[in-house]
Design a protein around this ligand. Structure first.
Ligand code: G3H
Length: 536
């Protein structure tokens, strides 16, 4: 492994992946792209170049550090557009809302190259995964449109019970604050933003801490596709801009993907606990349990992608591996060899798997886990493990890990992989039961009776048990959620439409007068809510 070769001369960057500095001054408010003339935050790419003999992170642009005044202006815009549910957007028919969303998705498709390139420069995601993130987001929006059509079709008929007619539909909740994570700054942000939007809510979008200017190419599309004030964007220091939004008490839904600590800190600022609905995707420490009869080659393959895709920076990543003692040596040997075969380099290079990390101080944070584990008896068992250079950290496989080590319970969110040997299955089971989080788990083995015995205790502790497969969110039509400190609410294409809306009904006791009123409203198409029209 030649780590020095990762960071090359600027001239070695292929023409089509070069970047011109983007100094974003714009933010979207009340249907206008406004220019900010105040302070801006410099953006440093995880990609480094040699400058005057020093390896330094490339400065690729900046984004606005808006103030409290702008924050309140943005809030006002979203509140006005919702207008207590009387706004153009919340009262628009589903068909019309779908039309606007289709217009947005067409415009978004034209920005693929730009957004994909910025994903690579801002967060260091490799080309294949950056393209996948963009395409998956487009597919998610299209699937959301189809799912909403289906929901509308089901809701377009009347219910009749105990002499009462009712039409039951899902209605929007109000103003939604959407905050996404840096590891999927486009996809995961949009998996809350799009369903919230299409259900008739108005949006304040705060991008993640990294992966900000990649949303810049979409501002015009947001402005031109939706009525004014329906989508607003906010940038800056959370303490300055998010506090005023929450303390106003005017945010109806807080959609957040990130840490439980930050989610709770923000949530607590809202003065009306019951008005505020929360939709969270939070931390995880998904364990992988490798039984003694596991197919080692298959397990190694899944554990490599499970623990190291995007350098382990996925909430669903396998973050601790329990291996039966009898096969631990063979597993570790093959796992380490498989890691050695992964290509390191810059995101756009052909076949690159391991790339530099975007987070400030991340290398130190990874080394702290490694050093703490070493001090308590573990070793780095893979070749070159934990070597690092500037923003690049080569994966470290730690073995044998025990519960005294920080890495045993803490979420590393990076390329450090702890392996715990076990001879009694109660060890991983107890780990799962005592964990503060409960998103998913993976089991590797061949004996179906043994696997069945594990499924039952696990499904009541986590929300997805994967058999001979890594943990993952997709397919996006599957429910994605977690227990304990891992999530609040369930996201999937169809579930997300539900979490960002509430069931509302119009009901009437059967009588000649009421029958006539309902008939006239339906016949004359006088209500957007009360309608039996079929959405094709
Ligand atoms: O960061 C958490 C993501 O939801 C993971 O999604 O399993 O598709 O990578 P993924």
């Amino acid at each position: 492994m030649n780590m020095e070769a990762i960071f090359k001369e600027k001239t070695a960057i292929p023409e089509k992946f070069r970047i011109n500095r983007i100094d974003q001054k714009e933010y979207l408010v009340d249907g206008t792209i406004k220019t900010w003339n105040g302070a801006c935050q410099e953006i440093l790419s995880p990609i480094c170049f040699m400058n005057d003999g020093d390896l330094t992170q490339e400065a690729i642009g900046s984004y606005p550090l808006l103030g409290e005044k702008e924050s309140l202006e943005i809030l006002d815009s979203a509140v006005k557009a919702y207008n207590n549910g009387k706004g153009t957007w919340p009262t628009m028919s589903v068909e019309e809302r779908i039309k606007c969303t289709k217009q947005f998705v067409s415009a978004m498709k034209t920005k693929r190259t730009e957004v994909v390139n910025l994903l690579m420069w801002e967060i260091g995601k490799n080309l294949a995964d950056s393209e996948k993130e963009f395409d998956r987001t487009i597919e998610y929006i299209e699937a959301t449109i189809n799912s909403l059509k289906e929901l509308d079709r089901v809701s377009s008929r009347f219910a009749y019970e105990q002499g009462i007619f009712a039409q039951i539909r899902r209605a929007p909740l109000g103003v939604v604050l959407c905050m996404g994570p840096y590891n999927y700054p486009l996809n995961e942000t949009f998996t809350t933003l799009i369903p919230a939007l299409i259900m008739g809510n108005t949006i304040i979008l705060k991008p993640a801490k990294y992966g900000i200017i990649l949303l810049r190419p979409l501002l015009e599309a947001f402005r031109d596709s939706f009525p004014k004030g329906v989508v607003n964007t906010i940038y800056g220091d959370g303490k300055v801009i998010i506090g005023p939004l929450m303390t106003s008490g005017k945010i109806d839904v807080f959609a957040f993907i990130g840490s439980a600590f930050v989610a709770n800190l923000i949530e607590r600022q809202h003065p009306k606990a019951n008005r505020l609905k929360t939709v969270y995707g939070l931390g995880a420490k998904n364990p992988c349990v490798v039984l003694e009869d596991a197919d080692i080659d298959l397990t190694v393959k899944e554990c490599v992608v499970g623990s190291l895709t995007f350098n382990g920076q996925r909430c669903t990543a396998l973050k601790i591996i329990f291996v039966h003692q009898k096969i631990a040596d063979e597993f570790i040997k093959k796992f380490s060899d498989a890691i050695s075969a992964l290509k390191i380099g810059l995101p756009w290079e052909e076949g690159v798997f391991l790339t530099p990390l975007p987070e400030n101080n991340k290398i130190k944070y990874m080394l702290d886990y490694v050093n703490d584990a070493i001090a308590k008896g573990a070793k780095v068992v893979n070749k070159d493990g934990a070597s690092n250079l500037k923003t690049f950290f080569y994966p470290a496989v730690l073995y044998p890990v025990n519960k005294e080590m920080k890495i045993y319970n803490e979420e590393q969110f990076g390329p450090v992989i702890p392996i715990v040997p076990f001879d009694d299955i109660s060890i991983p089971i107890k780990y799962i039961e005592e964990s503060e989080v409960g998103q998913q788990a993976s089991i590797f083995g061949k004996d179906y009776e043994r696997i069945a015995e594990l499924i039952d205790p696990m499904v009541n502790q986590v929300c997805r048990v994967n058999i001979n497969s890594q943990c993952q969110r997709g397919p996006d039509t599957f429910p994605f959620t977690g227990r304990k400190d891992s999530a609040d609410g369930t996201l999937s294409v169809s579930d997300a439409l539900r979490v960002f809306s509430i069931r509302t009904l119009v009901a009437a006791k059967e009588s000649e007068l009421n029958n006539d009123i309902l008939n006239q409203i339906l016949k004359n198409h006088q209500s957007k809510f009360l309608t039996t029209d079929y959405l094709f």
